[in-house]
Design a protein around this ligand. Structure first.
Ligand code: ADP
Ligand code: MG
Length: 694
């Protein structure tokens, strides 16, 4: 057995278990080993019956003075055992359908019973407690049992069994980290780390194990980024064009805009032009807060590439956003004429288009009858064959994996690559995470914008908020109302949105058009609603977070978010970014349905500031270092064990170590001589980088 062995080849894993484990992302033994516990259960010193507290998981110790009783009901057999001191507290232990327990317990022996203490009808009970002899338990004292994240059908017990089996059979003696790196950063050995992260002997070992594995994860990531960068650096610019701007199509497009570009936009545009004119192919990240105006930069770059006779492609994470970009490009380019006298041809390509529509689009793309292709990840599907792709742009990069970005750039023949992201991460971090890219920051909002006015209020304010929305509609504006995501069930989520809409229609005058949008609707239906909302045929849009990314309807001035405390701060900031995109004053209303003080503290951060960087900083302060395995928020910047913010120090060390790692350890780029590190990196690039969303 090795890390690449399939999980289905393990003992005790049948087809059904295989499928369930796949849901947790476990397909190989390596995946299993890297499926880290989310917490640990510690065996605490056992107590007597009068120390039991309802609601706590406790270990009760007692000598057995009599055999338990067996109660047989129709289909149920219950073993019960009453323990306690005469006159003191007593507790009843119960086991269901486990009659053999009776004979396995010996009178006169000392046992430990461990389970959740509950109070039922004034009596203390413990149902289905674990049973251990006092001696066995003493051995396990302070041992930590892993608690894994689960899914229906996969028990903690099963994972413990599989992980122990894998640990016993794997040869973990092969250390892949270069010796000097391990010594320099005082890291535990690999075999120690993997076994102690799953079954730590004590907390100290667990922390040492964790430190090593976090280091590994960041180190491999940094090396992988370096591989990508080295690949990019030797790639020549096949689409070289002049950097002049005067008198060009781009220049006249820029002058035709209803507004001047901000200084930050101008600077970014210059950087892009310079890249395109240089000897090396462009790989640039455009980072800018919501509403900073990234789209127009994409438009300029796309115009430049198609004026030079090549094709450009823009990939968006959702159908709604792709469609919206398509519409606005058609509108904005209406009067644009390329140097050869043609108008730029724009084509939409999304998953929901009919087979016939897609075929037509493929043909236009292949024959270079279209200059600009806008779409969802349909644009990187195998069937799409580009005539002469010179530039690819991904919008809202944080919704795509590192791999998807690579895929797109592999589509043409080394096209220029531009990625746009609103993730507000500090520059130092961006430099590490996007180490293979050059970075432009749009750190300025258009001048005429009025800052959004915010408030966080309780549910009693809901009616007032609706009334306020009505007034805004009467002034010609529009509003969004967001109902929260229901993680377990898309159906329930849709139901919420539909019910809310019905209520709102009751409460508002009939001439105000209210519609809803949720994940279960067909793409076509969603697009249609977005189009009507963009055209102000709908005044109030009740929606799930499907509108979160990138949607641009500048006439909307109110964003009302129900159950706001249930969202992450970054996500709330994204949602709020849907308003305040035009000249009119905009408002954001956070409805807080919880009475927890932490909830209002968190929302207060957003009320106080509209600055994404400040919010990201506060967010990480609030998460605090207490949360050992990090808060898994909205899938953003999620490593398997490392936490970008709380493990920042390890991240920096790992980055330094990666920068200093030289031959002979780092063979990967030479086609992989078989050093352990090269092998590990190869497997990392194949397995993990693919799913890492940054
Ligand atoms: P984001 O960076 O969030 O993608 P968009 O590109 O969608 O932002 O721009 C948001 C809105 O701001 C759009 O309506 C756009 O037309 C407008 N806009 C962009 N740049 C400027 C500017 N320099 N001055 C005024 N408005 C601008
Ligand atoms: Mg955008």
């Amino acid at each position: 057995m090795n890390m690449d062995s399939l999980i289905r080849d393990m003992k005790g894993v049948g087809e059904k278990t295989e499928k369930l484990l796949a849901k947790l992302g476990i397909e190989t033994v390596g995946d299993l080993i890297e499926y880290y516990p989310r917490n640990y259960d510690v065996c605490e010193p056992p107590v007597k019956a009068d120390m039991l507290v309802p609601g706590k998981k406790q270990a009760l110790t007692s000598v057995l003075y009599q055999k338990p009783e067996l109660l047989s009901l129709k289909k149920l057999q219950i073993v019960t055992l009453k323990l306690g001191s005469p006159g003191g507290l007593s507790v009843t232990l119960k086991w269901f359908n486990m009659p053999y327990i009776r004979s396995s317990l010996n009178v006169g022996e000392k046992y430990v019973f461990r389970g959740l203490v509950a109070e039922k009808k004034g009596q203390l009970v413990m149902e289905q407690p674990e049973i251990m002899t006092f001696e066995d338990y003493t051995q396990k004292l302070d041992h930590m049992q892993p608690i894994y994240p689960l899914t229906a059908g996969v028990t903690n017990h099963l994972l413990i069994k599989l992980v122990s089996q894998a640990l016993a059979q794997l040869d973990l003696s092969k250390e892949f980290l270069p010796d000097q790196v391990r010594r320099k950063y005082h890291l535990a050995e690999y075999n120690f780390a993997v076994s102690q992260i799953h079954f730590p002997e004590n907390k100290e070992n667990m922390l040492r194990a964790r430190q090593r594995l976090v280091f590994d994860e960041f180190y491999l990531f940094a090396l992988a980024v370096r591989c990508l960068k080295e690949k990019h650096e030797v790639t020549a610019n096949l689409y070289k064009m002049s950097d002049d701007s005067e008198g060009t199509v781009c220049e006249s497009f820029r002058k035709s805009l209803a507004y001047p570009l901000t200084n930050a936009q101008m600077r970014t545009w210059q950087e892009i032009r310079k890249d395109m004119a240089s000897d090396k192919v462009m790989n640039r990240l455009i980072q800018g807060d919501v509403g900073s105006g990234k789209t127009v930069i994409a438009q300029l770059a796309l115009l430049k590439i198609c004026d030079a006779g090549y094709q450009g492609c823009l990939m968006a994470p959702t159908e709604v956003l792709a469609k919206q970009h398509f519409e606005s490009f058609m509108r904005d380019f209406e009067h644009v004429v390329l140097s050869d006298g043609r108008k730029p041809a724009v084509t939409l390509l999304t998953g929901s288009m009919t087979a016939k529509e897609k075929r037509e689009a493929y043909a236009r793309i292949k024959n270079h009858e279209t200059d600009i292709i806008i779409g969802t990840h349909a644009v990187i599907q195998e069937k799409v064959d580009y005539g002469s792709l010179g530039l690819v742009i991904t919008d809202e990069q944080h919704r795509f994996g590192v791999r998807q970005r690579e895929f797109l750039s592999e589509k043409g023949e080394s096209p220029h690559v531009m990625v746009m992201s609103a993730t507000p991460i500090p520059r130092t971090l961006a430099v590490i995470l996007y180490g293979d890219l050059d970075i432009s920051v749009i750190d300025e909002l258009p001048a005429k914008r009025l800052p959004i006015k915010n408030c966080a209020v309780g549910t009693s304010y809901r009616r007032t908020a609706w009334h306020f929305i009505e007034q805004q509609v009467r002034m010609g504006h529009q509003a969004y109302i967001i109902c929260p995501m229901v993680e377990e069930s898309e159906l329930m989520e849709a139901q919420n949105v539909v019910d809310y809409t019905a209520q709102l229609r009751q409460a508002m005058p009939e001439d105000i058009v209210i519609e809803y949008l949720h994940g279960r609707q067909k793409a076509k239906e969603k697009n249609e609603i977005m189009e009507r909302f963009a055209g102000n045929e709908i005044q109030v849009l009740v929606s799930t977070t499907v509108v979160e990314v990138g949607v641009n309807v500048p006439n909307a001035t109110v964003m009302m978010i129900e159950d706001a405390q249930r969202f992450g701060l970054a996500q709330l900031h994204q949602l709020r970014g849907r308003v305040g995109r035009g000249d009119a004053q905009s408002y954001c209303i956070f409805i807080n349905t919880s009475d927890q003080p932490e909830a209002s503290d968190r929302l207060e951060v957003l009320v106080k500031s509209n600055d994404g960087f400040y919010i990201a900083g506060e967010d990480l302060k609030m998460r605090g270092p207490g949360d050992l395995f990090g808060l898994r928020q909205s899938g953003l910047m999620e490593f398997k064990i490392g936490d970008l913010f709380n493990d920042m120090d390890i991240l920096k060390e790992a980055k330094d170590a990666a920068d200093q790692t030289t031959e002979p350890e780092f063979y990967y780029k030479n086609g992989g001589q078989n050093t352990p590190l090269a092998q590990k990196l190869d497997s990392y690039m194949r397995r993990t980088l693919e799913s890492l969303i940054l």
